[in-house]
Design a protein around this ligand. Sequence first.
Ligand SMILES: [Zn+2]
Length: 308
Amino acid sequence: MNSHSSCGLSLRLKTGVTALLLFVFQMGLVSAAPLKVVTSVPDLADFARRVGGNLVEVLSLASGKENPHAVALKPSYIAKIRSADLFIQMGLDMEHAYAPALLAEARNLRLQPGKEGFLDLGEDVQALGVPAVLDRAGGDVHPKGNPHYNLDPVQAQRMVRAIGARLALLRPAEAVLFRANADAYVREIEERLGSWKARLRGKGVRFISYHPDFAYFEERFGVRQEGTIEPKPGIDPGPAHIEALVRDMQTRKIRLIVKESFYSDRVPLELARRTGAVLVSVPIFVGATPEARDYLSMMDALVSAFTK
Ligand SMILES: [Zn+2]
């Protein structure tokens, strides 16, 4: 074989390999890199994982074991946000103490408010408990109204759909899959919602909690939050507020104290001892307790705590 014909064979081989690779790529058999998603709280990470499957890589800044208003920051978060394709938050100022500063520090232009890489799920919420005047005086962490709408499964369904739509916008080639995954999760939530309602509605459950995070849960399930251990959202109680709570619980016969898992036991235990009320610790985010593995099991655990 002379050098001329071997060169011609090599050229034909190369052309053939290139054409094959092009064909494989066009058929979508070579997958693009997963979309990198950062969420503020773990419920949003659960939704993004379910909708995105193995086409997304998801990080939640808060673990579920932390107060969502005061998340301990790790330096690694900056790098994660810098390389992310999408940032998702609850909004209504839930993440006010850390998200705006992290986004500014990471300087990722795709993730700025108004861009496709920034999804604020609070924008479409009719907020409950909006104060007459926006005021963070004294450390009030709900100046734009109550941001704990994740405990309403109907809001969860809306969030799942919104995340599906946004992932589809960022990666149109996978839009059909994202929408199908979102629809499947919405149906699963719908199936559980009926049993959660059946277990709570009409039972006359009345309780106090540490923080006012049950406003939307209350509306959906007909339970009644009669007060909070915090005098204002984010403010720890002083002796006068504790005395007033004890009197109020005795007068109005409130028999249940619901403590969100990451708050201190000290005041709830004192109230339980002095009033004879039952104290239960509950997850209010995915990952808060071992049984709260995902949104469905978190809500299962929460509903069970109210029906004990
Ligand atoms: Zn709050």
